[in-house]
Design a protein around this ligand. Structure first.
Ligand code: ACO
Length: 423
């Protein structure tokens, strides 16, 4: 299929080019729509609007496919480290062994933040939501690293990106340590990226920290699975803020705020809150299964179903295995996790869920793993942000290199027409 799309309006006929993606996705290029016809399109929520052409991530919700730069998510989760995936997303190719070594060494070099950042963190009450703290600390990084990036200089771009990859996990870990009342710490250069995330989050001041390989493997997979999901709300935010030529850190800080919302990054938190509510109510999972199926009851099983993935969520398949390993290895006895297992078993064999293709989604299992690791519920979205960082950076970089125009949607005005003050 190629050619133009015809539009007839007020007895005139107009043609608009058909655009084809590399996976045979089609769209109508309406860049000239207003100039030619005086019309605009109306699409709240942008469900039918492509905001850009992108080489980064492909997803097919019907077939359950998610690929970064052409690589299946299953392949990446099984065979790559988070930092390799970060490089792939941002720069387009898997890093060679030498590039990876250099990248890790540069990240180690940059793994500190200005000590004055601690006073910003200190001024937040302990009760502050970690996502608000993280967005503020990320904005704070700009003050301590003020030089603007020449996006046409590969070296400057690389420096800024490495700087952020190195410093962001420190900010995430510190928001956790603030919640837990633990002293602030830094990375250990003998550990890799993910081990350092765990080290910075969990190390107690009076004990050595030895990373548990099963926990590290699960964390590596979880962060890879969350690393990009094409033009979702926070990523679109990063691109649109960056399109005003706001800097990388400012754009990422805006993305963190977008991710904070319960409709976006907060779903895994909602899963644990639901499980806790079921526990308080006596732990009767059969009762909640019935509630979920009752059309007169607004209750839904959180962590089941997906707007885009209609057959299965490829990320959930991968992470279920990791969740089982973590729970078995850590030998945790937690009634909330028992409730999760019961619900999963019942839903997977219940005709209501089978017919509607409602399977546990990635947020169901990620909430369970984070809880088993001892991460507080309000920190879950911070972990999502940590995973999504490479995706945000990749999308910001792509948008700047394509020299995209400033994002500025239009509207159909529905307010009062011209009137005068009547005194
Ligand atoms: N529990 C019970 N029934 C459900 C659930 C659920 N979690 N999800 C969907 N259904 C039912 C609906 O009632 C509907 O039934 P019907 O056909 O008899 O009317 C049918 O399944 C189809 O549901 P829709 O609402 O049309 O599916 P939609 O694609 O609009 O919703 C969504 C997807 C929002 C994810 C939904 O499944 C849901 O609310 N899930 C729980 C919340 C959740 O886990 N969100 C996180 C998703 S992952 C992410 O966004 C990062």
């Amino acid at each position: 299929m190629e050619g133009n799309i015809k539009l007839t309006y007020q007895d005139k006929s107009y043609e608009f080019p058909l655009v084809k993606g590399s996976q045979d996705e089609y769209g109508i290029d309406i860049k000239q729509l207003r100039a030619k016809t005086g019309l605009i399109t109306l699409d709240p929520g942008y469900k039918n609007t492509g905001s850009c052409q992108s080489d980064i991530t492909f997803l097919d919700g019907e077939k359950g496919i998610l690929r970064y730069r052409g690589y299946d998510i299953e392949d990446l989760a099984q065979n790559a480290s988070f930092i390799e995936v970060a490089y792939l997303l941002i720069f387009g190719e898997m890093p060679s062994a030498q590039i990876l070594k250099d990248l890790e060494s540069k990240i180690h070099d940059d793994s500190y933040v200005d000590e004055d950042l601690k006073s910003i963190l200190k001024s937040f009450p302990k009760s502050a939501h970690p996502m608000g703290v993280l967005a503020s600390l990320t904005s704070g990084l700009i003050a301590f690293n003020p030089s603007s990036v020449d996006v046409n200089s590969e070296d400057e771009m690389f420096e800024a990106i490495v700087l952020l990859l190195a410093k962001f996990p420190i900010l995430c870990a510190w928001t956790h340590r603030k919640v837990k009342g633990l002293p602030l710490n830094y990375a250990n250069t003998s550990l890799n990226y993910i081990e350092n995330v765990a080290h910075m989050m969990f190390k107690k001041p009076h004990q050595e920290y030895t990373p548990n390989p099963i926990v590290i493997n699960a964390l590596n997979k979880l962060l890879i699975l969350h690393a990009d999901h094409e033009q979702n709300c926070s990523t679109s935010t990063v691109r649109i803020v960056g399109s005003s030529h706001a800097g990388l850190f400012a754009s990422i800080s805006a993305g963190i705020s977008a991710l904070w919302g319960p409709l976006h990054g907060g779903a895994n938190q909602a899963v644990i809150e639901m499980l806790e509510a079921i526990k308080i109510d006596g732990g009767d999972t059969a009762k909640y299964m019935e509630k979920a199926k009752d059309k007169n009851d607004p209750f839904r099983l959180m962590g089941f179903g997906h707007r885009v993935y209609k057959n299965f969520d490829p990320r959930a398949r991968i992470i279920k295995k990791a969740a089982d390993e973590v729970l078995n290895d850590l030998g945790i006895k937690d009634p909330v996790l028992d409730i999760a297992k019961n619900l999963e078993e019942q839903a997977l064999s219940d005709p209501y869920f089978i017919e509607r293709k409602l399977y546990p989604n990635v947020d169901f299992y990620s909430g369970i793993i984070y809880r088993a690791m001892g991460i507080p519920t309000e920190m879950f979205t911070v972990m999502f942000a940590l995973g999504r960082l490479p995706g945000w950076i990749a999308q910001w970089r792509e948008m700047r290199l394509l020299n995209e125009p400033i994002g500025r949607p239009r509207q159909i005005y529905t307010g009062a027409t011209s009137r005068k003050i009547d005194k």
